[in-house]
Design a protein around this ligand. Structure first.
Ligand code: C2E
Ligand code: CA
Ligand code: CA
Ligand code: CA
Length: 272
C-alpha cells in the first residue's frame, strides 16, 4: 500500500512541477522584459451614446518566445508580487502620455486611460513619475485618466496621494465598480470623476432583474454625486440600448471595438 501511495504521488508530480516551473520562468522573463521595455500597449476606445469616440484605455500586451502571448490576468499579479509592475507601470504612463500628445497634435485631444496597480500607488515616487511622463511628452495631466480598482484603496495612505493627483489635474476613475465591498464609501471620500461599471453587471443587466436594480441604483448615485459613468464589456446591441436608455455616459466593449494597436486606432480616427 505504501508503495502504491508513492506511485500515486509521483503521477501528479509532473503537473505540479509544470505549473511551478511556468511561474518561475515567467517571473524571470517578466523581470528581463520589464527592464528592456518588452511590453506593448494596445488601446480600446470608449464611445458616447452616439458611438462617437471619447478616449481610449491602454491595455498591456506581453508576448514571450517560449510561452507565446501571456494574458494580463496571469502576469499582472506576478508583476505585482515581484515588483516588475513598477517598470511596466512607468512604460504604460509614458505610452499613454505619448498617445495623448499625438491626439493633441492632430487636433483631436481626448483622454487616454491607464490602469494602475495598488503597488504603484504605494511607491512614494509615483506622483513624480506620473508628472514626469506628462512633461516628457508635453501633455497636461488632464490628458490622462488613472483607472484604479478598489484593491488600490485598501491602504488609507494613498488617500492624500489621490488628492494631490487630482489637484495636478489627473482624472481619476474607479474601475470594476460593484465587485468590491465598500465602493460607495470610496466614492464619498475620494476625488473620483468617473465610475466604470464592471463587466459582470453589464452581462447580467438584461436577464437578471437584481443586476438591473444594482445598475439603476449605481447610476442614480453617480448622477447625484456628479460622476460620469462608463459601462465596460458591452457586447450586444441589446445591452447597449438598455444602458443607453438608463443614462450611462460612455461605453466600451467588443460591440464597438476590440483592443487594437494604437496605430490602428489613429488610422481609424483620422481617415474618415
Ligand atoms: P480591466 O482594466 O477591467 O480591463 C478590461 C478587460 O476586459 C481587458 O482585458 C479587455 O480586453 C477586456 N474586454 C474589453 N471589452 C470586452 C468585452 O466586450 N467582453 C469581454 N469579455 N472582455 C472585454 P485584458 O486586456 O486582458 O486586461 C485584463 C486586466 O489586466 C485589466 O482589466 C486590468 O486590470 C489589467 N491590466 C491590463 N493592462 C494593464 C496595465 O497596463 N497595467 C495594469 N496595472 N493592469 C493592467
Ligand atoms: Ca481598466
Ligand atoms: Ca474594468
Ligand atoms: Ca477587471
Amino acid at each position: 500500500a505504501k508503495e502504491q501511495g508513492k506511485n500515486c504521488l509521483r503521477m501528479y508530480e509532473p503537473q505540479i512541477e509544470e505549473g511551478a516551473m511556468r511561474r518561475v520562468r515567467l517571473q524571470s522573463l517578466l523581470r528581463i522584459d520589464a527592464e528592456r521595455s518588452g511590453f506593448s500597449f494596445v488601446v480600446q476606445p470608449k464611445v458616447d451614446a452616439q458611438r462617437q469616440p471619447q478616449g481610449a484605455e491602454l491595455l498591456v500586451r506581453w508576448s514571450t518566445r517560449d510561452f507565446g502571448v501571456v494574458s494580463p490576468a496571469e502576469f499582472i499579479p506576478m508583476a505585482e508580487q515581484t515588483g516588475a509592475i513598477e517598470l511596466l507601470g512607468r512604460q504604460a504612463l509614458h505610452s499613454a502620455a505619448r498617445l495623448a500628445a499625438e491626439l493633441g497634435r492632430r487636433g483631436r485631444p481626448m483622454p487616454v486611460a491607464v490602469n494602475l496597480s495598488p503597488r504603484q500607488l504605494l511607491n512614494p515616487s509615483f506622483e513624480r513619475i506620473a508628472l514626469h511622463a506628462c512633461q516628457r511628452h508635453g501633455v497636461l495631466p488632464s490628458a490622462l485618466e488613472l483607472e484604479l480598482t478598489e484593491s488600490a484603496l485598501t491602504e488609507s495612505a494613498v488617500y492624500p496621494l489621490l488628492g494631490r493627483l487630482r489637484r495636478h489635474g489627473f482624472s481619476l476613475a474607479l474601475d470594476d465598480f460593484g465587485t468590491g465591498y465598500s465602493s460607495l464609501s470610496h466614492l464619498l471620500k475620494l476625488p473620483f470623476q468617473k465610475v466604470k461599471i464592471d463587466r459582470a453587471f453589464v452581462a447580467e443587466a438584461l436577464h437578471n432583474a437584481k443586476a438591473g436594480v444594482v445598475i439603476r441604483g449605481t447610476l442614480e448615485i453617480c448622477r447625484g454625486l456628479g460622476l460620469r459613468t462608463v459601462a465596460e464589456g458591452v457586447e450586444t446591441d441589446e445591452q447597449f440600448e438598455l444602458l443607453r436608455s438608463l443614462g450611462v455616459d460612455e461605453f466600451q466593449g467588443y460591440l464597438f471595438d476590440r483592443p487594437m494597436p494604437q496605430d490602428d486606432w489613429l488610422a481609424q480616427l483620422f481617415t474618415c
